[in-house]
Design a protein around this ligand. Structure first.
Ligand SMILES: NC(=O)c1ccc[n+]([C@@H]2O[C@H](COP(=O)([O-])OP(=O)(O)OC[C@H]3O[C@@H](n4cnc5c(N)ncnc54)[C@H](O)[C@@H]3O)[C@@H](O)[C@H]2O)c1
Length: 372
C-alpha cells in the first residue's frame, strides 16, 4: 500500500525511522510515495532523507488537497498541529484515504468525537500513533500489569517537569497556545501519559486538578509569545477499579527537571522502561519483561504504529492504539483542564460525552482567532 505524510516537522523523522526498521526487518510495510509540507524547503529536504533511507524519492507537495487528489494513496499519516487534525482527517476520508493520526487524537474532545463519527460515515480506518502504548517495551509493561505481575494497582505517580528556559517546547510556538494545541504541555505531553495509565489499569473515573500559566512570556531569540495554554498542572485521579493517581506536568521548571513514573501494586512496583521490584526485593528487568510478555512485538513504537495501520486496513484488526482509546486519553486531559478551570472534581465520562465543556469552550473561542 502507498502512504503519504502531511507535515514534515519535528516528528516526521521518527516515523521515517519506523518505516526503515520495518524495511530492514523485511516486514510488510507501506511505500512512502508522497510528502507534503506548507514549507517547500522542509518537504524537499525530507524527501531527500526518505530517498536516502528507503531508496525511493517521494513526490513533494505543498498543498495537501493536491496530494490527496493526485497521489494515488491508500493511507496518510497526519503530522500536523493539533487544530488541523479533524479537518485534514475529514478531507482524507472524503478522498477515500485511510488515516493514521498523531497524538493527541484531536485538539479537544468534541473534535475527537467528530473524527470517530467521520471514520464511520466514510467507512475508513482511523488509527492513532501513540508511542506510549506501542512497541515491545510498552506492550509488555501493559500486559505484565494486566497479568498481575505487580498485583492490583494501588497508585500511579508521574512527575514530568522540564526546563525550557522560557523558550519554546520542541522549537514550536504553537504548542503553547490553546487555540492551536488545546492547552499547553498537559495536552501535548499529557496524553502520552493518560493513554499509558489507562492502557495499564483501565478507565479513569474522576479527576481533580490545579492548573496555572506561570510563565507569561516565552521567547526563542526571534519571536515572543504570550502563552494561553497552561504550563503547569498538578492532578489527582481515581481509576474505575479503585486505583489512585498523582500526575504532574510542567514546562515551567527552572534549574532541575523531574522525570519519573512509579506504578505501585499489591505485590511490587513497576518503574516503566526500567524494571519491576517485587515485595521480596527481587528485580525483573525491562528486557525480561519484554521477553516474557511481548517477544513477538516489534521494538520501535513508530514501526509498530504502521503494522497496526496496515492490519487495520487489510485485516480489519482492532489496533492497540485505536482512535477510541485516544479519545479516552484526551478525555482525562480535558477533565483535568475542566477541573482546573472550574475548581470542581470532574467525571471523565462527562467530558468524553460532551456534557461538561467549560474549558473546551475557551479553546474553541481561541481557535476562531489564533492562527499565526
Ligand atoms: N512522540 C510523539 O508521538 C510525538 C512527538 C512530537 C510530535 N507529535 C505530534 O505530531 C504532530 C506534529 O508535531 P511536530 O512536532 O512534528 O510539529 P511541527 O510544527 O514540527 O511540524 C508540523 C509541520 O506541519 C507543517 N504544516 C502546518 N500546516 C500545514 C498544512 N496545512 N499543510 C501541510 N503542512 C503543514 C508545518 O510547516 C510543519 O513543518 C502533533 O500532533 C504532535 O503532537 C508526536
Amino acid at each position: 500500500m502507498k502512504i503519504g505524510f502531511i507535515g514534515c516537522g519535528v516528528i516526521s523523522g521518527a516515523h521515517l525511522e519506523g518505516l526503515k526498521k520495518l524495511k530492514d526487518e523485511n516486514k510488510l510495510t507501506f511505500q512512502l510515495t508522497a510528502v507534503c509540507d506548507l514549507k517547500l524547503e522542509r518537504a524537499e529536504a525530507f524527501a531527500v532523507e526518505v530517498k536516502r533511507q528507503l531508496g525511493l524519492r517521494p513526490v513533494v507537495y505543498t498543498e495537501y488537497h493536491q496530494m490527496l487528489e493526485q497521489g494515488g494513496l491508500d493511507a496518510v499519516s497526519v503530522l500536523l498541529d493539533h487544530d488541523l487534525h479533524h479537518t485534514v482527517t475529514e478531507d482524507c476520508f472524503s478522498a477515500g484515504i485511510h488515516v493514521q493520526m498523531q497524538k493527541p487524537l484531536a485538539i479537544s474532545p468534541s473534535f475527537g468525537r467528530k473524527m470517530l463519527a467521520d471514520a464511520k460515515k466514510f467507512n475508513k480506518v482511523l488509527t492513532l500513533s501513540e508511542p506510549s502504548v506501542l512497541g515491545a517495551g510498552n506492550v509488555a509493561m501493559a500486559r505484565a500489569v494486566k497479568a498481575g505481575l505487580i498485583g492490583d494497582v494501588y497508585m500511579i505517580m508521574d512527575y514530568a517537569t522540564i526546563t525550557l528556559g522560557r523558550s519554546f517546547f520542541a522549537g514550536t510556538a504553537w504548542r503553547h497556545m490553546k487555540g492551536r494545541a488545546g492547552a499547553g504541555w498537559i495536552n501535548d505531553h499529557g496524553v502520552h501519559r493518560t493513554h499509558f495509565f489507562t492502557e495499564v489499569n483501565g478507565p479513569i473515573q474522576e479527576v481533580f486538578s490545579y492548573t496555572r500559566i506561570f510563565e507569561k512570556e516565552l521567547n526563542n531569540g526571534e519571536t515572543t509569545i504570550h502563552p494561553t495554554g497552561e504550563d503547569t498542572s498538578v492532578t489527582v485521579f481515581r481509576f474505575e477499579n479503585g486505583g489512585l493517581g498523582h500526575w504532574m506536568c510542567s514546562t515551567a521548571a527552572h534549574g532541575e527537571k523531574t522525570d519519573g513514573v512509579w506504578i505501585y501494586g499489591s505485590k511490587g512496583c513497576l518503574r516503566p522502561g526500567q524494571h519491576v521490584t517485587l515485595e521480596d526485593k527481587s528485580i525483573v528487568t525491562h528486557s525480561e519483561i519484554i521477553q516474557r510478555y511481548a517477544p513477538e512485538v516489534v521494538e520501535n513504537p513508530f514501526a509498530h504504529s504502521y503494522i497496526e495501520l496496515w492490519e487495520a486496513i487489510a485485516e480489519q484488526k482492532q489496533p492497540i492504539s485505536s482512535a477510541e482509546r485516544g479519545l479516552d486519553a484526551l478525555g482525562v486531559v480535558f477533565a483535568a483542564l475542566e477541573s482546573g478551570h472550574t475548581g470542581q472534581p470532574v467525571s471523565v465520562q462527562d467530558i468524553i460525552r460532551g456534557e461538561k465543556h467549560a474549558y473546551e469552550d475557551t479553546v474553541l473561542a481561541e481557535m476562531k482567532t489564533a492562527r499565526f
